[in-house]
Design a protein around this ligand. Structure first.
Ligand SMILES: [Fe+2]
Length: 272
């Protein structure tokens, strides 16, 4: 296998994050995985990519506990059909009580995750800021993990931000990190955020501010962004919705970014 990032488009028309990463050392990594409706596709793509009927995932990394990021995993582990196997799950999620207190309508996905936890409790790795891990040639460095002081937009701001180094390239995964935690990320690392490739925060809108991207100074942007969100289209045409995607596209133009991969165009394959 080659060092490759597969950024999957959703089976739904909604925003979500789902990545498969393969390494020259034979590693298979999943990052998030999308909605429950994306679970079958994730398994199908893993089969195609690995050539295995029952694919094996060496490391499964979660950014945060929103539905559109962990529900495919929740479905796979709840049904437990033995369609794939995995060695280790890496995450840092706040407690259900924290979510119940500050974002109760969105706590359901985390509760499902914890309900299934006994099935994979022997394979979890709770991550913390400054942790470093290596999975078959892919290095992961955690730059930020959940800070309970962020009680507004608390699930997005609990995103675990990590930088993957693979094949000499650096890829920064911002998950759905919000403005507030983005300020902390910047204060912690400043120009140390510099990375070759960035996964755009919160599907490319209303995530971290311009100054965070300025410090990252990416060559390439990965957008987990469906067509309507890319165009900020409420069904009435270009830029008729309330999202900030077009403003963020302008930021990237200002930074001179030339290369963009967007799931509006379907599954994306990035060789690194
Ligand atoms: Fe999301």
């Amino acid at each position: 296998m080659k060092n490759t990032i597969y950024m999957l488009a959703s089976e739904t028309n909604r925003q979500m994050n789902s990545f498969i990463v393969t390494t020259e050392e034979g590693g298979v990594i999943v990052i998030d995985g999308g909605w429950a409706d994306d679970a079958d596709k994730l398994i199908r793509k893993l089969r195609e990519i690995t050539g295995q009927d029952k694919p094996h995932v060496d490391g499964w990394f979660f950014t945060h506990a929103h539905d559109d990021h962990i529900s495919a995993f929740n479905k796979i582990t709840a049904e437990d059909k033995g369609e794939l196997s995995f060695d280790k799950v890496y995450y840092n999620f706040p407690s259900t009580q924290f979510f119940d207190n500050f974002e109760p309508t969105e706590a359901h996905a985390l509760k499902k995750f914890y309900n299934n936890l006994p099935k994979f409790a022997d394979r979890i790795c709770i991550v913390y800021q400054s942790d470093k891990y290596e999975v078959k040639g892919a290095k992961f460095e955690y730059l930020y993990t959940a800070d309970p002081n962020y009680q507004f937009n608390c699930i997005n701001n609990s995103t675990s931000v990590f930088r993957m180094t693979l094949g000499g390239k650096t890829v920064l995964f911002l998950g759905d990190l919000g403005v507030d935690a983005g300020k902390k990320l910047l204060s912690l690392h400043g120009k140390g955020l510099k990375s070759d490739i960035v996964q755009m925060a919160h599907h490319g809108q209303n995530g971290v501010d311009f100054d965070v991207y300025e410090a990252i100074a990416p060559d390439t942007c990965l957008w987990c962004t469906p067509d309507w969100l890319w165009n900020n289209d409420a069904g009435l045409g270009y830029n008729t919705h309330c999202f900030k995607t077009i403003e963020v596209q302008g930021w990237m133009e200002k930074l001179g970014v030339k290369e963009h991969y967007v799931t509006k165009d379907g599954d994306q394959i990035i060789q690194i």
